[in-house]
Structure formats: C-alpha cells, structure tokens
Design a protein around this ligand. Sequence first.
Ligand SMILES: *Cc1c(COP(=O)(O)O)cnc(C)c1O
Length: 397
Amino acid sequence: MPISLVQRAAVQSSIAFIDLAAQQARLRPQIDAAIARVLAHGQYVMGPEVKLLEQQLAAFAGAAHCVSCANGTEAVALPLMAWGIGPGDAVFCPSFTFAATGEVIPWLGASPVFVDIRPDTYNLDPEKLEAAILAIKAEGKLTPRAIIAVDLFGQAADYPAIACIARRHGLKLIADSAQSFGSTLHGRHPVSWADAMTTSFFPAKPLGAYGDGGAILTEDDWLAERIQSLRVHGQATKSDIEGHSFDHDPKYLNLRVGMNSRLDTMQAAILIEKLRVFEDEIGWRNTAAERYTAGLAGSPARTPIVIPGGLSTWGQYTIEHDDRDGLAAHLKAYDIPTAAYYPMPMHTQDVYAGYPRPGGLPVSEEKADRVLSLPMHADIDADTQDRIIEAVLSFNG
Ligand SMILES: *Cc1c(COP(=O)(O)O)cnc(C)c1O
C-alpha cells in the first residue's frame, strides 16, 4: 500500500482512505510519552521497548517467539534465508499480492512459482497449490522448498488445507500476514499452522508504526534464534557461544552471512501503545465492515466473503464490480478515495513474467480488473460510511 494512498482530508468533510490522523488524535498523549521515554534513555537501537514489544506480540498471537525486524519485506526473506533457500529451489506463492511477497524469492536466487487464488477470498487456492507442486516435481528442474501463503485484505488463508499440503510435500510454510496481523481462523492465528508468520508495521497496515518495521512469529526455537542472528549480520547467538571459549569477544563473531534488519526502538515504543488498543480497533473495523456489507446488499457490487470460521482485521474492505474503473471514477467525483489492489498481478510485471505459473492464473487476472477497496480504518464513522454507500448505490454502471 503506497503512502500516497494514505490520504488525509484537507477539507473537513473530505474522506480519508485510511485516517491515520484520527487514530493519532486518539492516542497522542500516550505516544508522546512513549517517545519521550526513548529520548530519555537513549537506546535508539535494540532498546528495551524492542524486547518488550516482541514479548507482547508473541503473547497476542499465541506464539512461542517473535523476532522484530526492519520491515515486512525482510520479515518474509529472513525465514527463507534461515532455511538456506537458494538457486534451484522453488517457492510457491500467489501472484495476486503486494510485490514484496514474491520479490524476496529471487533475492536469494530461488524461483517463485505463482499459484492462483480462490475467487471468494482472494487467498491461495489449496487445490491449485497442490497441482502446482506436482507439476514442478514432475518437470524436475526446480526443488520445491517452501510455500508463502498471503493473508490478503485482512483475512487468513485456508491454513488447515495449506499446512496439510506443506506437510505432505515436506515444504516449509510462511504466512505473510502483513495485511492481516490479528486475524484468526477458528480462533487461532496463522502462526499456529505456519512455520513462520510475518507481518509489516508500515503505517497503513492494520497494526502500523510511524515508519517502517516488521516481525516474524514462530513456534520454532531454532528458527527464532537463527533469525535473531541473521538480522544482526549473522552474529553469534547464545547457543553458538555456550560451551565454547573464544580469543575475542564473540559479539564480533559473524557465523553466517546476515544483514541489518532491526526494528527501531522508537517504532517499538509507538507500537506498544498501538497494541494496547489493537483488539478494540479490530472490533471497530469489523463493525464498519458489517455496516458496509449491510448497506451494499442488493447492489451490483459484490461485497467481501470471509472464510468460514475466520475473523478478518479488514486491512482492506474490497468490493467487486463489472465496471470497476467506472465505479472508481464515479466515487472520485463524490470526493471518495478508493484503491485497486492489485491492478497488475506479479506475473504480469515484466521482471516476474519469466517465472513458472503451472496451470495459469485466470482468477488472479480476472480479479485484478474487478476489485476496488473502499475507505476502511478503525475510526471511520457511520455518517461517512453512509455517504460512501449512497455513492456506490447511485452508480449505474
Ligand atoms: C505491505 C506488505 C509487505 C511488505 O511490508 P513492508 O513493511 O512494506 O516491507 C509484504 N507482504 C504483503 C502482503 C504486504 O501487504
């Protein structure tokens, strides 16, 4: 979600796509105090707030570990690095997603294999996933290693089915939950099925900071420790050091090729304050989603479908229409901002066009022309939503 789409109304009555200013007005005193505490202690990198936030996020999602990092893109890359995924390896992922999901795979020299989505939820289609894995195995050129499932627009992918496929084929599973942190399926967070669940704290995401940030959650002790090492230049971890003696301070031992991917203390301090109200905000987002869905019932626009047993965090409220561009132009005339996520699935971009997509991606291609996301955030009020609903209903496209 590019920042240019985080539109803040200049005029009082104009509508924001994601109203970060309204949230800030609600939380300003706590956030000011949190920032002041960081300025006072001065531990700007890996300060105490980083550890505290990691503990709180792990508790929130019911995971054994949370390792924070610099952004949601590197959060997806770090588990792949930890598993040693590289040239000759295949990583299965949707094409109908934000580019970061697939981008990290060629970083490591591996090949993305694009898989189509379900037409109802826009998330990975388990049947097509299995078919793609079998096709790549049969071809024999690439070694299947991992699956990246995306929790698009706020809701969890079909993890019971996807995790079963991953196990059957011996593949690692990442849940890219950048748009959906806080979402559950049958009361469980995606991390309870995936080897690693990743998220982004980009400001416009459901749990956003005031800058970049990301995190990896996992039940796997080995993976958490390996990622802690990789995010700080491959430095020696506790179990690397235990039982060994060193000529130099082991702090300067670089045991693996890592990177710098740390979350700033300032962002962690801000996120701690936002996490306190996150549960409430998810509730407000769900109330707003219900209001949209009720108001748009009977219109030619298709309203979102949530997977049975799923709780969405409504990262986006995305409708479908036969004349998507006409509807967007109509709403723009009413001063209502919208966004089409994503007009170009990854495989339609030149740089990704050469990667395999066994079985094709007809659903991704169809949805790219039909989807339109309406303003959605925790602070949207009923009057604003009524204006938007009325404007959608008045379109005779
Ligand atoms: C936003 C997003 C990312 C990347 O997060 P950044 O923090 O911007 O790097 C990855 N995957 C998905 C699905 C996203 O929406």
